[in-house]
Ligand binder design. Structure first.
Ligand code: ARG
Length: 580
């Protein structure tokens, strides 16, 4: 059990022995480290509840806590803040224990099944930075949820049908009218391959989109094609399946580059088999009414401050839309996985839509009330001009070009001329991805933020390269020591003590990150930890230290700090190169 949970449990026991009822015992990081490593601030609340003097309550708690050998120097400050420190003996024991498996230094939750929906790239459209951020955040949240003890399942939920399908098919018909897909009299088997590439798709979609926007007739054609595809027209389905395959291959490639791993590669169309049953459920629950030819679900509540419009479930022309497939997907996930929670990590501008979807699901009993939905809205990544990130020539920034621009900045960190080209490439890839991901995860999830390449690639400050540089240095120090086993003997300096306290703080920070779904809690923590480590590193000459106990202790601390970094960077899905 992690040190924080253990301490909170002790305090809980002590309170119970004194007949104080308290549901929630929280230990926090000390705001005055000179008085203690951690703080318990519950005495004031208890005194109020039991109408006694807070210092008296605090004193009672302290008297009991003093009986435990693991603590040291417990004292009361101000009106009743209890400062707690751990004995050196216990610290040595605990740190030795977690150095074998640092995930022991994490608060665990009762296991739930959490289904995460993130990434959400759209087939046949260029994968842009927005789909990248939801992937980075989703992947990290998934790993975090798993780290604290949950079972997780992830699905990329591709946008594999919609207006873009109609546009691409329209444009292909313009360019290749001779294809059998467009021959209404064709009765044979449709081909399973065509001669276009992903690069063609990247040209075709924007072209068709511009044309359709400028010309109503073309837009109408696109609508017609989209509707026919939705209704299952064989030739279009066959063609669209080929396009999907080409595009998904590219999407997989991109998501692999940023370490986003999905258990399921499903898309909106995978929900088709569930649509009828979903509609049946809504109908039976009297959740579908006709409105101007469409079928909608009224979701407003008396308590609403702003008006929430009804959710359109079936369009006027009888075809499905994003929401239809959303609801059917929910039914599919419920039937196949029966999760306790579904988390959606999606552009924050879809917040209202998801509110409508969640309300419809509960109102119609598509899912029962104890299945929890969570919408995690993600802010946009903007350029220095405050507008969505663009390429140098003003186009939509694609992941690939973004990574290349970052690499131009970070390649200077890989200078070693003795390195093989392949190793250099591997390192520069990892540094670039780390720069991007760390920058993506540092601000609050819902905030728009400005992506400033030179700032996020700097070797100083809160950046991926700074963290990697620090971690690689720990690793190389450990390698150079030529020792594989080190013991902690003592604590020799103030900086060491601060560094150790920072490591003990980890369960609190991860817990906060998980409860509030704030990954910035973790990125900030890693930065604080590594800054302290680098201070410690600068103060000591570890490898040439003559005092064997000191040297071993310092290597022990280095190793532990390294392991904490590895675990947390792995949680954020950031790879660490072997050297830099
Ligand atoms: N494809 C969607 C988009 O680009 C995101 C999908 C999000 N997930 C979902 N279940 N709707 O906006």
């Amino acid at each position: 059990m992690d040190i924080i949970t253990k301490t909170e449990k002790i305090i809980k026991d002590v309170l119970a022995e004194n007949n104080y009822e308290e549901e929630n015992v929280v230990l926090s990081v000390s705001s005055r480290p000179e008085f203690g490593q951690f703080q318990y601030n519950g005495a004031m609340g208890l005194a109020k509840k039991y109408k006694t003097n807070p210092r008296e309550v605090a004193q009672k708690i302290v008297d009991e806590l003093n009986k435990y050998e693991i603590f040291e120097n417990i004292n009361i400050a101000g009106p009743g803040f209890i400062n707690i420190s751990y004995s050196k003996k216990y610290l040595t024991e605990y740190l030795t224990e977690i150095s074998k498996d640092v995930s022991e230094n994490v608060k665990k939750y009762p296991k739930k099944k959490i289904f995460l929906d993130y990434g959400g790239a759209n087939v046949a459209k260029a994968l842009h930075v927005g789909h990248l951020r939801t992937a980075n955040i989703g992947e990290a949240l998934k790993r975090l949820a798993s780290l604290v003890g949950n079972e997780v399942i992830s699905d990329v939920h591709l946008g594999d049908i919609g207006r873009q399908s109609g546009m691409v098919i329209y444009q292909l018909r313009e360019e290749h009218p001779e294809w059998v897909f467009f021959d209404e009299n064709y009765e044979g088997e449709y081909p399973t391959e065509i001669t276009i590439t992903n690069a063609d798709l990247e040209r075709i979609y924007p072209l068709a989109s511009t044309k359709a926007k400028e010309n109503d007739e073309i837009m109408e054609e696109v609508r017609k094609i989209t509707a026919e595809l939705d209704k299952g027209k064989k030739s279009y389905v066959a063609l669209w399946n080929i396009i999907k395959e080409i595009s998904i291959k590219n999407i997989k490639n991109m998501y692999t580059k940023i370490n986003a791993k999905f258990d399921l590669w499903e898309g909106e169309t995978d929900s088709y088999p569930y649509i009828d049953e979903m509609l049946e459920i809504l109908k039976n629950a009297k959740c579908l009414e006709e409105s101007q030819g469409a079928l909608v679900c009224d979701v407003k509540l008396d308590t609403d401050k702003a008006e929430i419009p009804p959710l359109v479930v079936i369009k006027t022309d009888g075809t499905t839309l994003y929401a239809t497939r959303e609801l059917a997907t929910i039914l599919s996930r419920k039937q196949r996985f029966n999760p306790d929670e579904i988390w959606y990590i999606v552009d924050s501008r879809q917040g209202m839509y998801f509110e409508q979807v969640f309300r419809t699901s509960y109102k119609s009993n598509l899912v029962d009330k104890n299945m929890k939905f969570e919408f995690i809205g993600v802010g946009t990544m903007n350029g220095k001009d405050g507008k969505p990130f663009k390429t140098r020539d003003g186009g939509v920034m694609k992941l690939e070009s973004l990574l290349n621009e970052i690499k131009e900045e970070t390649s200077k960190y890989v200078q070693d001329s003795n390195m093989e080209e392949s190793e250099k490439k591997d390192i520069s890839d990892k540094v670039a991805v780390a720069a991007l991901k760390y920058a993506d995860l540092l601000p609050n999830v819902e905030k728009d933020y400005i992506f400033d390449i030179s700032k996020f690639c700097s070797l100083e400050g809160k950046t991926g390269p700074y963290i990697l540089y620090s971690v690689v240095r720990m690793k190389s120090l450990l390698a150079k020591s030529n020792m594989s086993d080190y013991k902690m003997y003592d604590i020799y300096s103030q900086t060491e003590k601060e560094l150790i306290t920072k490591i003990l703080e980890m369960p609190i920070r991860i817990d906060t990150a998980f409860r509030n779904k704030t990954l910035s809690e973790i990125t900030e923590y890693i930065y604080e930890l590594d800054s302290l480590y680098n201070k410690f590193y600068a103060e000591n000459r570890i490898l040439t230290e003559q005092d064997e106990s000191k040297k071993q202790t310092w290597l022990f601390i280095t190793n532990l700090t390294y392991k904490v970094n590895k675990l947390l960077l792995d949680t954020l899905a950031i790879d660490v190169p072997d050297r830099m």
